[in-house]
Design a protein around this ligand. Structure first.
Ligand code: THU
Length: 156
């Protein structure tokens, strides 16, 4: 099934992400990373969250002089989406590296962001894409990155 995202670009909506969807998400994450506010760590991160209905919601890391209030790119994207009433997600693309245009590592999500994903996503279905370029990426499920995670199901 084809859906239209916020930028009117068609993205696939099947269980396996289409190559063009993955590359579009990575491109959006790279673009979002340009808004990173990271004057303390100089480590810039961008994320692009794919919703169940094919929208892409982006986020960047936002640091703070008091350090503690800093927010990761992934959680920025999740909180933007949830605050707009969106709670169904399929995948997230993440790009992160020290300041500059060159992506020199795969930026896996921190433990806190994995836990936030656990709140809203199916561990076996939600896909996490870490990328160094549109053509250079790895994909894992949340289950692989947070095995035996604690989540909403535990409280039911
Ligand atoms: N950061 C993220 O945005 N996502 C992660 O999953 C790991 C870390 C940010 C937080 C901080 O602004 C900078 O990277 C260095 O830790």
């Amino acid at each position: 099934m084809k859906q239209t995202d916020v930028n009117n670009i068609n993205v696939e909506c099947t269980d396996k992400l289409a190559q063009e969807t993955i590359q579009k998400m990575i491109a959006e994450a790279i673009c979002a990373r340009k808004n990173s506010y990271a004057p303390y760590s100089n480590y810039q991160v961008g994320a692009a969250l794919l919703t169940a209905d094919g929208q892409i919601i982006t986020g960047c890391n936002i640091e703070n002089a008091a350090y503690g209030p800093s927010n990761c790119a992934e959680r920025t994207a999740f909180f933007k989406a949830v605050s707009e009433g969106i709670r169904d997600f399929r995948a997230i693309a993440i790009v992160g590296s020290p300041k500059g245009d060159v992506l020199m590592q795969y930026a896996y999500p921190c433990g806190v962001c994995r836990q936030v994903m656990m709140e809203f996503c199916s561990p076996s279905d939600f896909q996490i894409i870490v990328a160094q370029a549109e053509e250079d990426y790895r994909i894992m499920t949340l289950m692989e990155l947070l095995p035996e995670g604690f989540g909403p199901e535990n409280l039911h």
